[in-house]
Design a protein around this ligand. Structure first.
Ligand SMILES: Nc1nc2c(ncn2[C@@H]2O[C@H](COP(=O)(O)OP(=O)(O)OP(=O)(O)O)[C@@H](O)[C@H]2O)c(=O)[nH]1
Length: 319
């Protein structure tokens, strides 16, 4: 078992979360900070449905990162639940990191989020200008000025930080540029506190949820256009296989991919079951890497009609 780190009365520990419109680079930055793949990234929006925490351990501090789903204008019940979850998360953290891609103009989505942040007037917000490797050095200052402007327009004022954003930091998570600085700034804003987690602990997300996310990621591969957000995954059981020698363990994982329509089921299964097989193989590889144990994956596909709009079904699927 991991032990809690030694600490003195200058030790800082607390929570930070990243917000930003879909694809702003939140998960990638979380991973870069934590140094290991805990959050699930993808090239398409809205893959991060669960709050997954990564923990940055330093000799004098602990920064607990809560990776929130994209804050966006709700269109379905699922969308509005995700937004409630985001506001709940925001009210509980010590600092919010607002991710704004360096290579995209500030748009209505960003302004919507800035507007939401005014619901939390006393929360420090740090602007993280992400993906700086995608723009030339010359065009970066213009974006930094636009970001500063956004902060002054939305976050400055009575009862709020007079200067808008508490800091503006350009960063490239992919190239590892300024990632350390982001960690420095965020940890400096944590309250004095004893350590919150044992050393070495990277995430407190139940393994089952992470396993479900890995299967969902594998299932979405190649069919994102056809099945944008119609997939959910549940993990029914994860048990060590009985009678295996101690040095050769095997974990039995039983999971279900839920789709909304029969036609989608056909897409997931593929000709003669070929896609489902490929999904299983990709997911198995990821899960084995995550858990460090070989697994047997028993994967089913089920039509759970209108799961995005039905509150009872959403609850059962863990949303
Ligand atoms: N070039 C470059 N690409 C990046 C960087 N950070 C993220 N990306 C890419 O941008 C896309 C979105 O990144 P994510 O980290 O999944 O974004 P997110 O904000 O977590 O997205 P959602 O989960 O949809 O809200 C991925 O294709 C990343 O590889 C970066 O620093 N540089």
């Amino acid at each position: 078992m991991s032990e809690f780190p030694e600490y003195d009365d200058t030790y800082r520990a607390g929570f930070a979360t990243f917000v930003g419109r879909p694809n702003a680079g939140k998960s990638t930055l979380t991973n870069a900070l934590v140094g290991e793949k805990v959050a699930i990234t993808s090239s398409k929006p809205q893959t991060t449905r669960h709050t997954i925490r990564g923990i940055v351990h330093r000799p004098d501090s602990q920064l607990v990162l809560v990776d929130t789903p994209g804050l966006h204008r709700p269109r379905t019940l699922l969308g509005s639940r995700l937004n409630d979850l985001v506001i709940d998360t925001l009210s509980e953290v010590d600092v919010v990191g607002f991710c704004l891609p360096a290579d995209e103009k500030i748009g209505p989505g960003d302004k919507y989020i800035a507007g939401q942040l005014t619901k939390l007037p006393h929360k420090p917000v740090v602007a993280l200008v992400t993906k700086t490797d995608k723009v030339s050095r010359g065009s970066l200052p213009e974006q930094l000025i636009a970001v500063d402007q956004l902060g002054r327009e939305h976050l400055a004022g009575e009862g709020k930080q007079a200067e808008g954003f508490a800091a503006i930091i350009p960063v490239s998570a992919l190239e590892g540029e300024q990632v350390g600085l982001v960690a420095d700034e965020l940890t400096a804003m944590m309250p004095l506190s004893p350590p919150l987690y044992p050393s070495g602990e990277l995430t407190d997300e139940p393994e089952q949820v992470m396993v479900a996310e890995l299967i969902r990621e594998a299932a979405l591969e190649d069919v994102r256009e056809e099945l944008p957000h119609s997939i959910a995954v549940t993990v029914e059981e994860m048990n060590p296989r009985e009678g295996r020698p101690a040095e050769k363990p095997l974990l039995d994982v039983h999971a279900t991919i839920h789709v909304e329509r029969d036609s989608q089921k056909g897409i997931i299964i593929g000709k003669g079951g070929s896609r489902l097989k490929a999904i299983g193989a990709a997911a198995r590889e990821g899960i084995t890497r995550l858990l460090g144990t070989p697994i047997y994956l028993d994967l089913h596909v089920k039509v759970t009609k209108e799961w995005q709009r039905d509150p009872k079904k959403l609850n059962r699927l863990g949303f």
